[in-house]
Design a protein around this ligand. Sequence first.
Ligand SMILES: Nc1ncnc2c1ncn2[C@@H]1O[C@H](COP(=O)(O)OP(=O)(O)OP(=O)(O)O)[C@@H](O)[C@H]1O
Ligand SMILES: [Mg+2]
Length: 391
Amino acid sequence: MSTGKPRTPLRSIQAKNYRSFVDVEVEFGSFSVLAGPNGSGKSNLLSVLQLVRDTARTDIPTAVDQHGGYEQLHRATGDAGPIELTIKAEVTENASSGAPDEYILTLDKDDAGIRRTEDFQYKRTAGRGRRLGFALEGVDAVKVQGNRSNKTSSLTLTDARINAHWLGEGPSRFVSFLSSIRYLDPDVPAARRPSRFDQRRLAPGTANLSAALQQIYDAAPDAFRELVRDLRQCLPGLDSVGFETRGGDAHVVVAELHENGLRRPIELADASFGTVRMLALLTALHDPDPPNLTVIEEVDHGLHPYALDVLVDRMREASGRTQIIAASHSPTLVNRLESEELILCDRDPETGESVIPVLTAGQLAASRGTSGRGLGELWYSGVLDGVPSVG
Ligand SMILES: Nc1ncnc2c1ncn2[C@@H]1O[C@H](COP(=O)(O)OP(=O)(O)OP(=O)(O)O)[C@@H](O)[C@H]1O
Ligand SMILES: [Mg+2]
């Protein structure tokens, strides 16, 4: 998609009364890694992006249902106010860092149903001038009549696509951005299976890994060569990656690994967990035509420290084509990061609320100082825990 926009469309997420968040605001660069202990809120933050993506792909009540329902999303304390999610991004034509697009989704529940408000502000003209804003409100009441459930709902931002003539092109572009977000959490057993020949855009869960990989092989040979070079760095003994197509009714393709010293190639079905997962991540990262934003859940899962080094370099490089936000637990991975690439997450043990970021990029840089130690080492040794007295 050539919108002429920098590949850092997402500027920040603010979440109030949502899951483990009372009120957090997190800013992102072109490549950001969320690191923190189990239950600190990394996945909760990424789920904000999944939720708004799904509201853009379907509609608000359907997306809320898919994510477990309002009660599941609302912070489970008696006195929490409505859920309020704010996304700031540079997506529409005249957006800038000083005047980003701003989308606020508010969800509340009363006897009538889920009450929602969407506020959208964007700059409609170039040069000076204020952002234009409008709000869309509605109640998504679910009335169960017999076995049928009727959802009544008024206009939503998603409808802006159809209403472009009076809302302008901005909202529709913003909705396209949200719906294009790629969320990567490779489903390794699915990725191992042969994939249909005609489904070549990397599917959610990377279920069509072989076909998506072959698409890169066909359409971008240089990118494919680099991908194999990356994989070879992680898998000693790998020579090349090939494909076997099987005709007949099924008409499928399966990727195969050619390893040194073996008489026959190894199908993905027989490749190791980490190999398949790494291959899935590399396929997304070498995609020559990626979406504007790629989110990677538990990026280090199942991978050797050497592979993490390769991955960090590759994510950083790919962030020139697609903004990347990844979650990790790994000090080894964090060790490779620059201060502005790390978002430390933690949780207040008393209240259970997430604290994100624990330290600003400036505070991280100051903690690191001239110690010559990596951020992962400092984090693991406890130096970065809580809020130390720096800055
Ligand atoms: N509705 C809710 N209200 C309050 N807290 C919630 C709610 N939903 C989830 N949580 C809290 O959020 C925690 C999960 O956070 P999350 O999944 O984001 O952790 P994480 O940092 O991704 O951890 P991991 O590294 O284990 O994946 C749960 O353990 C729970 O305490
Ligand atoms: Mg998680």
